[in-house]
Structure formats: C-alpha cells, structure tokens
Design a protein around this ligand. Structure first.
Ligand SMILES: Cc1ncc(COP(=O)(O)O)c(C=O)c1O
Length: 422
C-alpha cells in the first residue's frame, strides 16, 4: 500500500508555490521528479560529467561504465535478457521512429518491408505509434490497416487476427491506451503475431511507468516508452529490441559512436545498442532514469524509486484512485466515460448537460481557473476520437500517479460538479 501524502514529500514540486496551489492530474503527459532523481542529476553534472564511449581518460571511462550500467539496470527492470538490448532515446516518439527508420533501411529479406506488404496498427494509438508506420507504409509502398476495439475498449483481438495475411510484416499496438486507460492483452496479441511470423512493437508509454512489465514474458519484438513519464528527466526514453532482431536491422540514424570502421565510401556498424545510439547520448538523463553504480558510488534513478514502491502497488494505488473518480463522477449529470471500468490511473470522459453542446476545451479552461492540472482535447489520438464519434473538442482526461491521493480525487470531482452547475 502506498502513502501518497508521504510520497508527495519526496517531490519538491509539490512544495513549490505552483505545486502548493495546484492539483496535478496530468501524469500521462509528464510526471514530476523525486528528489533522489534530481540529486542524481546534480551529482552527475557536478562530479562525474565527461564524454561517454569516446575517450581513454579515466573520467570518461568511469562515466561510460556508469552509462552502460544504466543499460543493465533498465534491462533488469523490464525483464530483458541483455543490457545490449536497451537503446536509450529522447522519448517514446523517438524510440518508435528509430524502429520504423531501421525497418525502412533494412534489406534483410526476413524482415524488410516492401511494396504490397502489410503493417497492422490499431485505432487507439497515440499519433507517435501511428505516424511513423503511416510514413513507413508510404515510403515502401506497404499498406497500413487498423484493428478496432471491443465494446470494453480494449483492442478487438478477433478483428486484429483477421487483418493478418501472408504479407503482414509488423504489428504496432499500445500496452495501455493514453486516452481510454484500458490495458490490452498484449501477450495474446504477440503470440498470435509470433505464430504468423509477424514482428511486434508495443508502445509501453502508459504501461512501463505504472505496472510490472516483462518483455520476455510478453513475447514482443520491440517495446518503447518514455522516461519523463516515469519520474525521470525530460529528454529520456527507451527502445528495447531482441538481440537477434537488432543485429539484423540496419541502423536508424548515422554518425559518431555507432560504427566499427569508416572509409570515405562506406562504413560498418558497431554492435547493439551502440549501432542505434549515434551521437553523444543524454547519459545523465539515462542514468537518472535507470540508476547506476560506479566507482563505489550508487546513484539512484527513477527506476530505483519505482522498484522501492513496488510496481504492483503503484498500479493498484492508481486503479483505486480511478475507481473512486468514476464513483464520484457518476453522480454528475451528463458524465460519460470512454471505457467501461478502471484499468489504470487514466480516466477519460465527456461531460455535458442535456441540450448543451459538449465542449471539453471549456471544461479544461474552467479546471485551469480552479487550479486543477488536467488534460482536455484529442490527446494526440485524433483517429480514436473520430472512431468514438467525439467532436473536435475531444475528451477530458485525468491521469494519476504514485503521488496522487484521495483528497486530490475529491477536489477534482467537486470542481467538475461545480462546473456542470454553471
Ligand atoms: C501511448 C503513448 N505513446 C506515445 C507517446 C509519446 O510520448 P513522448 O511524447 O514522450 O514521445 C505518448 C505521450 O503521451 C503516449 O501516451
């Protein structure tokens, strides 16, 4: 069980002027950072900062070892077999673009995508897990098709299955919807794809920060997520890929650090993960995300904070808050939830009294005036809103994390109740 009020004390933002004044319910967009993570950033820049993976001087070697240890710790956090399967990226968008770009450039027959091939996506995807695949389809001449949803607003597995044909190369779908909050049956979807020889990429942006994730058990080929949505600094993210796949793929981008040799006419590539990490990485951000130990000093990352809390406890805490939110909001006339039950810390809904046009932006503006930080609009999932027949103003989304408590829920629901009386 988590004591969110106590947890708030670990996050300096909540005792700042802004933090004291506001209630924060927008963690699906980004999260606040605990002091341990801020202290690690400070220690890295004040004591350890150097060039990584490029130098033979001692401080560069120590910093490089710390950075590699962050890969190890992240691998252990998500149940990956090797540190070399962890590619640090800028965010989830960057991670998915890495995968799509690498596939675009890959000529290896078993995984290359070409004219007439098929890419499966789903209608619930965030634009970050839709546009890179649309572009890949347009650039290769492949087609992109979308699986729909069951009435409970999880991915319709029967429909998904019916979309697989002999030319299907990859399926990209989310673990948890950033709008609906529903948790998809990802292991089942991966097993269907594996049997059909289809690669899988899971967008785990709304899952990895909130629940136990084990990529080996799920059986996917790629898993992507953002660090800044899981208590780590902004500018951090992860793409996990199976070693055998990463070895076959072409690099996603080119530059320093990712080569084993270069001539004026060509180059050969370093082994993963470096093959996919060209340029100077955000090593401080990655270490503050995953934690590290080097030179006898342990630096704590966001992953350490979450592991100490326990991922099962994090999910159970958030689900309780969402269930309580649904109970209180159900008493407000005109509230319509976008999914049937609380699956995670995300609750999305529409709100309008009879005879009044629904406009989520107005609700967002009023919530802001009442010092409630929530998100309204299309949540970077426009096709989903179109599919659900929701107007352009989109929906209202409350998203909780480890630091929210019952009193936050009560204050938000009471504000929404008063907005509805206006
Ligand atoms: C499900 C999902 N995928 C991808 C993203 C993109 O994340 P980022 O903006 O950190 O790249 C988000 C962001 O909200 C998301 O919720």
């Amino acid at each position: 069980m988590l004591y969110a009020r106590k947890i708030k004390e670990d996050f300096p933002w909540f005792s700042s002027e802004t933090g004291k004044k506001n209630i924060y319910a927008d963690s699906a967009a980004t999260t606040h950072k605990p002091k341990s993570v801020l202290d690690t950033m400070n220690a890295l820049y004040t004591e350890y900062y150097a060039a990584v993976n490029r130098t033979s001087h001692e401080s560069g070697e120590i910093f490089s070892e710390m950075y590699y240890d962050a890969h190890r710790r992240m691998a252990s956090f998500i149940g990956a077999e090797s540190a070399d399967e962890i590619i640090f990226t800028r965010n989830c968008t960057d991670a998915i673009n890495h995968a799509a770009n690498a596939l675009l450039r890959t000529t290896e027959p078993a995984i290359a995508i070409g004219k007439g091939d098929r890419i499966i996506c789903t209608i619930m995807e965030h634009h970050s897990n839709m546009l890179p695949w649309q572009q890949l389809a347009q650039l290769t001449g492949a087609e992109i098709v979308y699986a729909g949803l069951y009435p409970d607003r999880t991915i319709d597995i029967d429909h998904f299955k019916s979309l697989i044909n002999g030319r299907t190369r990859i399926a990209a779908f989310s673990h948890v919807s950033n709008v609906l909050g529903t948790v998809n049956h990802v292991a089942q979807l991966c097993s269907i794809c594996r049997d059909a020889g289809v690669l899988t990429l899971i967008d785990g942006t709304q899952a990895a920060p909130h629940m136990r994730v084990n990529v080996s058990e799920i059986g996917c080929d790629f898993y992507a997520f953002s660090g800044h949505k899981m208590l780590a600094p902004s500018g951090t993210g992860v793409l996990w890929g199976r070693t055998a796949l990463l070895e076959k793929l072409a690099p996603s981008f080119y530059g320093g650090g990712m080569i084993s040799s270069v001539t004026t006419q060509g180059a050969s590539w370093n082994s993963p993960p470096w093959k996919f990490e060209p340029g100077t990485p955000d090593a401080c951000g990655a270490i503050a995300l995953a934690g590290s130990e080097a030179n006898g000093r342990r630096l704590y990352g966001a992953v350490d904070y979450l592991e100490a809390a326990g991922m099962d406890a994090v999910l159970s805490h958030e689900k309780k808050l969402s269930a309580y939110t649904r109970k209180l909001l159900a008493e407000i006339e005109g509230v319509e939830f976008l999914c049937t039950e609380a699956h995670s810390g995300i609750t999305a809904f529409r709100m309008a009294k009879k005879g009044r046009e629904e406009n989520s932006h107005i609700v967002g503006t009023l919530l802001n005036e009442m010092n409630i930080i929530a998100r309204t609009g299309g949540h970077c999932a426009y096709p989903l809103h179109q599919y659900l027949d929701i107007n352009d103003s989109g929906s209202i989304r409350l998203s909780y994390y480890i630091y929210n408590d019952k009193s936050d829920v009560e204050a938000i629901c009471s504000a929404l109740g008063s907005i509805n009386l206006l």
